[in-house]
Ligand binder design. Structure first.
Ligand code: PMP
Length: 413
């Protein structure tokens, strides 16, 4: 049986070119990049070339890239690191930090930790389409605000957040904050105020959207290699120069003291190669192809399966996402039925799908809990074909029909 993979938000296969770039760094070029000898220099060259590729992709300086073990670590470092450093500089000062209700757990948990340590945390609500409202952000930023962290693309429903517009609001606030300070009497105005720092978790956006850090007014950005046809266990944090940061892993002085630990050289080389594949022209072409496949997939599903509710708002979604609720059937039952046919889908984010709790994202979008439990996330990738998707629709139609026959909930409707 040829298996069909429709779970690209969970992870992606490694691109052949990426694998080829990584291979020498497991054996021939195995040195520790911190070593001074030629073995070390060879490995260090691989890391620095990848750093250059990443800095080109993000339009930033190479020393603004901190390699990490993935987006989870990058998010933790950005959120706890920036707010922690500001707290240390200003003991006793009231601090506010802003995020949204639909973030990944690797953002929500660090924010909970901040909250427990006395930081005031604001969670911005979202529209039924899963997008934050800029007016709410504008209202939430006050003089105590130190950090705003908003994801670029939601991993479950695919909603794109208005990152550039949010960045503009923050930038404007910072200008006003500085102006206010400058208008005070020099003798009594105290230290220059810290700006509001802006972080985005761009993990699900990198394949599809403009991640230029200057264009988007960003101070920090997290991404992960395994979502962009690179290897697992490696990612990065872009951190704008002069942004205060308190390291979370210390003791090795790597990455300019911002993240200690011997670098994952083959992984970093793979991340660099994966980012190098994402030229603007290729991204545009890929977006057009994937969204065409996705839209025809959605059309077939809604034409052939009654009571299939599309939770992804196509006007504001990334090209590969199609999130549905099939009324009257548990998402888990559909997932298992499709898996038996060799088709891989998800009921939500991979990290949350082993907990039988309704997704916080769907609940935040106002989707009733019963309907949230009926949901399946399809996320398409660059290797999917029309033929695969037609087969997936056929199997899905059969699975939903069969499961509804035994669903008392659906029959009594
Ligand atoms: N943020 C988002 C939006 C994600 O989808 C994921 C992966 N599920 C992560 C962060 C965590 O990334 P990693 O697996 O690299 O730790």
């Amino acid at each position: 049986m040829k298996r069909i993979y429709l779970d690209h938000s969970a992870t992606t296969p490694v691109d052949k070119k990426v694998l080829r770039a990584m291979m020498p760094y497991f054996q021939d070029k195995f040195g520790n990049p911190s070593s001074i000898h030629s073995f070390g220099q060879q490995a260090s060259k691989g890391v620095e070339d990848a750093r250059l590729a990443a800095s080109k992709f993000l339009n930033c300086a190479p020393d603004e890239i901190i390699f990490t073990s993935g987006a989870t670590e990058a998010n933790n470092l950005a959120i706890k690191g920036i707010v922690g450093a500001i707290k240390k500089k200003n003991p006793g000062k009231k601090i506010r930090a802003i995020t949204s209700v639909i973030e990944h757990d690797s953002v929500l948990e660090p924010f909970s930790e901040l909250e427990r340590s006395g930081v005031e945390v604001i969670h911005l609500p979202v529209t039924p389409g899963g997008v934050i409202k800029l007016e709410e952000l504008r209202k939430a930023i006050d003089d105590d605000t130190a950090l705003v962290s908003l994801m670029y693309v939601n991993s479950e429903v695919g909603s794109i957040q208005p990152i550039r517009e949010a960045g503009k609001i923050i930038h404007k606030h910072n200008e006003q904050r500085l102006k206010k300070w400058l208008s005070g009497k020099p003798a009594s105005r105290g230290e220059k105020p810290e700006p509001v720092y802006f972080h985005t978790d761009a993990t699900q956006a990198v394949n599809f959207l403009n991640c230029d850090t200057k264009h988007n007014f960003l101070d920090a950005l997290s991404l992960s290699a395994h979502k962009i046809y690179g290897p697992k266990g490696v990612g990065l944090l872009y951190l704008k120069n002069k942004t205060p940061i308190s390291a979370q892993a210390t003791g090795g002085h790597h990455e300019l003291n911002r993240r200690s630990g011997t670098l994952n050289v083959p992984g970093i080389v793979g991340l660099g190669a994966a980012l190098s594949q994402l030229s603007a022209a290729k991204v545009l072409k890929n977006n057009a192809r994937i969204s065409r496949l996705r839209d025809s997939f959605i059309k077939k599903i809604t034409a052939r399966i009654p009571d299939a509710v599309l939770n992804t708002d196509l006007r504001t979604a990334a090209p590969g996402h199609a999130h549905f609720s099939f009324l009257g059937v548990e998402g888990e039952s559909i997932l298992i039925a499709l898996d038996l046919e060799g088709i891989a889908v998800s009921t939500g984010s991979a990290c949350a799908s082993n907990r039988l709790k309704a997704s916080h994202v769907l609940v935040a979008m106002g989707i009733p809990v019963e309907i949230a439990h009926n949901s399946i996330r399809f996320t398409l990738g660059k290797y999917n074909s029309e033929k695969e998707l037609s087969q997936a629709v056929r199997q899905l139609e059969a699975a939903v029909k069969k499961l509804r026959k035994i669903s008392t909930e659906y029959r009594s409707k």
